[in-house]
Each structure stands twice: as structure tokens, then as C-alpha cells.
Design a protein around this ligand. Structure first.
Ligand SMILES: [Zn+2]
Length: 141
């Protein structure tokens, strides 16, 4: 084995439809869907529009910028695979394009995280198949 940085936490399960999203992440692109009939913004990937039931959906690339909608910081009592990584911050990010994304907030002092804080996506490679989108404060503080 030549792999020196083995990823030990649970990973997302790639399905037929979400593979497009995860392939985008590997290229450092945060993809979402938009309904070509009514304009509804859709995430997580779906087969049809949640607003008008159309199957005429297209993929778009997010600029990866948004604000923290809500968050929590875990200091203890995490699932076993996550215990070596406490503390960590989990947040729901409201992307500028109009969808929400749950991920970690990284590269910041957890005491300074607040709702409505501007954040931007950063991509962290976990395995050959999975690159995880995470978010850091836009101003680097
Ligand atoms: Zn629609």
C-alpha cells in the first residue's frame, strides 16, 4: 500500500444520479440542477422538478459562495469515526444560487462562526472517487 493518508470517516454513497455531482466535485466544481421549464433551483440531485414535476432539468455550476444558514460545533460525543476529528463544525450553507448544502466549516476559529457569515467552497479530496466540498469564511478570518 502506497496510500499514506487513508480516509477513515464514512463517505457518501454514489448513486446513478448523484454521480454527476460527485464527478463535478472531483473537478472542483459544485454542481446543482435547474429546471429548464420553471427555473426552480434543485439540490440534492433529482429526476424531476420539485416545483412543476418537469423532467427537463439541466446542470449548472455554482460559484460556491453563500452564507451560513445555521451551524453546530461538535466538541464531544461524536460518532466513533468522527471522534478523532473533534472539534468540528457542521453547517447548512445557503448558496447564492438559491440552494442549501450541508457541510463542514473549515479553516477558521470555531468561536467566530456565526449565522449569515459569508463562506466559499473549498474542495478536499478524500479518496479517488470522492472529493468533499467544504466551506471556509470568505474573508479568511
Ligand atoms: Zn420546474
Amino acid at each position: 500500500m502506497t496510500q499514506t493518508n487513508e480516509y477513515t470517516k464514512p463517505l457518501p454513497l454514489i448513486t446513478g444520479l448523484s454521480k454527476i455531482f460527485w464527478d463535478g466535485c472531483k473537478e472542483n466544481k459544485l454542481l446543482y440542477q435547474e429546471c429548464k421549464d420553471c427555473g426552480e433551483v434543485i439540490f440534492f440531485p433529482k429526476m424531476f422538478c420539485t416545483n412543476c414535476m418537469s423532467q427537463n432539468l439541466g446542470w449548472k455550476e455554482s460559484k460556491g459562495k453563500g452564507k451560513i444558514h445555521t451551524f453546530t460545533v461538535t466538541y464531544d460525543m461524536a460518532p466513533p469515526e468522527f471522534m478523532p476529528h473533534v472539534p468540528y463544525a457542521l453547517a447548512i450553507i445557503a448558496l447564492d444560487e438559491g440552494f442549501r448544502f450541508m457541510s463542514n466549516i473549515v479553516e477558521c476559529d470555531f468561536d467566530k462562526i456565526s449565522c449569515d457569515m459569508p463562506v466559499e467552497v473549498v474542495f478536499e479530496r478524500a479518496t479517488d472517487e470522492i472529493t468533499l466540498p467544504k466551506f471556509r469564511p470568505t474573508n479568511g478570518n
